[in-house]
Write a protein that binds this ligand. Structure first.
Ligand code: GDP
Length: 593
């Protein structure tokens, strides 16, 4: 059966190519709005910060009625991807609108996301926007899109993509440039014709995969996803198939679909439709909801693991917070918990201090976006420097690895290869594109990427694109030497690991440089400034193999690169010890002799 009155499409666009204007115009012209209702200037991505960084972070649903067909439009992050978000969005749709500026052409920043869309097999429709621009060069831009699709190894059927020309600003869409159309009708028609209607059956048992999470203070946690089979009713008893493989029955308390920009309560929906439902506060992204008579979960979409952690700490100054709002640890905790509802690749843990929370995410960019968003909301907080999350596998310390994809004009290739090499990156692929740019792929320890993004932007004068995805854990690779001035010992379940860390002077948190004699209190444990201890220990033991060298070369600790807590105790004089617990050692303030 085909659900002919529904079309589900995702929209992919480089920032500023006109996505917001286009969706606004579609809403206006479809009559989704009553005539007296004003369309908000920015419907799709309201977050200023996303705009500044040239990315959209959260997928948002909009739906438009056209000739009795419901078109669900889902926003897709144009460039970054945190934790497999794009794969999840692609599960909800049958087609994707690739929106491209008629002068600028397809931008490399969208490549990564587009590749994932094409891999998922959805039908692309290419929308060439801003055709009213005097410098529009539509034919060339279409050729560039074709080259890009070939380069991204699109399927043959995807290479025969339909093209539509639009001026979102003027509210016009055309099949051919010299058509006389004065409205967006051709775009609606094109979507109806080219994007396959969802296929399935409403007779069989319900199956629905949760692709995103929403939260409403009255309704609670809601799961959003596409019904892939059967139908769902309000008050129906259903089964939640969890990531852990459990089956949990619950009753659907509220059911919604999307109409225009809002959610509307409904009693029933059938396969092909995208719905939001409440009734179970434990619902998670990637889980399947089934009817009780046919429990068949779909494969779980893996959410990339967090690899970088930072402590978010309440700023305890009485002047903290804007407009007199004093941020307490309770505020901070509530805010972080709210974030967890929709930011799936994020983890939050309490720490020994009530004022500090350990927040882990998919890299520095992921966490820094959250920090800036919170600061704009008025949360005054301090954060610790980022640290990678290590793991013990078979008694060996493992560290998270990332697969990095970089695109740069050829002239910057050398500096990128050199710098990532120093950061223990291993080049695994290099492709020269036809347009004078190169694509480089590396495998690199996640810690090698700490602080790299800004260096990369400087090195490539803003002309480079950097993406990374989690690539599993690998045995710890030893110090990273280049441009590093610090060193750190982190303790995890009784084992200390020494590794180099980024530029201590710039970050200002790590207190190590050659000739440093005076030590502040040294706390060795999860929040260790433990490089201090490394130097201390090695100096006292006169370990000759240790170099604590200057400016641009890191201190290199040879023996012992890895030591257990017990072993490290041997290096500490009794009068220095303050406290020893199974997980940490605390050392007294000390003047080195
Ligand atoms: P988004 O970042 O993709 O959501 O892009 P916006 O919709 O915010 O548009 C970015 C800029 O391009 C704005 O200044 C729009 O007015 C302008 N714009 C959007 N569509 C068109 C168009 O069809 N023609 C022209 N000339 N400008 C457009």
């Amino acid at each position: 059966m085909i659900q002919n009155n529904i079309r589900n499409v995702a929209i992919i666009a480089h920032v500023d190519h006109g996505k917001t204007t286009l969706v606004d115009e579609m809403l206006k012209q479809s009559g989704t709005f009553r005539s007296n209702e004003q369309v908000d200037e920015r419907v799709m991505d309201s977050n200023d910060l996303e705009r500044e960084r040239g990315i959209t972070i959260l997928a948002k649903n909009t739906s438009i009625m056209y000739n009795d067909v419901k078109i669900n439009i889902i926003d897709t992050p144009g460039h970054a991807d945190f934790g497999g978000e794009v794969e999840r969005i692609m599960r909800m749709v049958e087609g994707v609108l690739l929106l491209v500026d008629a002068f600028e052409g397809p931008m490399p920043q969208t490549r990564f996301v587009l590749k994932k869309a094409l891999e998922s097999g959805v039908k692309p429709v290419v929308v060439i926007n801003k055709i009213d621009r005097p410098d529009a060069r539509c034919d060339e831009v279409i050729d560039q899109v074709l080259d890009l699709f070939i380069d991204l190894e699109a399927d043959e059927h995807q290479l025969e993509f339909p093209v539509i020309y639009t001026s979102a600003k003027q509210g016009i869409a055309k099949y051919e440039l010299n058509d006389e159309h004065q409205d967006m009708k051709p775009l609606f028609e094109m979507i109806l014709r080219e994007v396959p209607a969802p296929e399935g059956t409403s007779e069989d048992g319900l199956q629905l995969v949760i692709s995103s999470i929403d939260y409403d203070k009255y309704v609670g946690r809601m799961g959003i996803g596409k019904i892939t089979r059967g139908k769902i009713k309000k008050n129906q008893e259903v089964v939640l198939c969890t990531a852990a493989g459990e089956f949990k029955n619950f009753r659907v308390s509220k059911l919604y679909n999307f109409q225009g920009l809002s959610k509307e309560e409904i009693d029933e929906a059938a396969f092909g439709e995208i719905v939001a439902l409440s009734g179970n506060d434990d619902i998670n992204i990637g889980e399947t909801i089934c009817s009780t008579d046919k429990i068949e979960p779909l494969p779980f979409i893996k959410i990339d693991e967090p690899t970088i952690a930072m402590n978010f700490i309440v700023n305890d100054s009485p002047f903290a917070g804007r407009e007199g709002t004093f941020v307490t640890s309770r505020h901070l905790k509530d805010r972080l918990e709210k974030e967890l509802l929709s930011n799936v690749a994020l983890r939050v843990e309490e720490t020994d201090s009530a004022d500090s929370f350990k927040v882990s995410g998919r890299g520095e960019l992921h966490l820094s976006i959250l920090i800036e968003t919170m600061r704009r909301e008025g949360y005054e907080l301090s954060v610790s420097r980022p640290e990678v999350i290590m793991k013990h596998i078979d008694g060996v310390v493992h560290e998270p690895m990332e697969h990095v994809t970089i695109e740069v004009p050829e002239e910057y290739m050398g500096i990128v290869i050199e710098t990532l090499g120093q950061r223990k990156g291993e080049m695994v692929n290099m492709i020269t594109n036809s347009n004078g740019s190169v694509k480089l792929e590396f495998k690199i320890p996640a810690r090698g990427l700490i602080g790299y993004r800004s260096e990369f932007l400087t090195d490539t004068r803003g002309n480079g694109i950097l993406n990374h995805i989690f690539d599993g854990y690998a045995p710890y690779k030893g110090d990273i030497k280049s441009r590093l001035r610090g060193s750190l010992i982190a303790f995890e379940s009784g084992t200390a690991v020494t590794y180099g860390l980024y530029n201590a002077q710039e970050r200002g948190t790590l207190f190590i440089s050659p000739g440093t004699e005076v030590y502040e209190g040294m706390i060795v444990g999860e929040n260790a400034r433990a490089g201090d201890m490394a130097v201390n220990v090695c100096k006292r033991k006169q370990l000759t193999n240790v170099r604590a060298s200057g400016s641009d070369d890191s201190m290199k600790l040879t023996p012992p690169a890895i030591m257990t807590l017990e072993q490290s105790l041997e290096f500490i004089a009794e009068d220095e010890l303050v406290e020893v617990t199974p997980k940490s050692i605390r050392i007294r303030k000390k003047l080195l002799d």
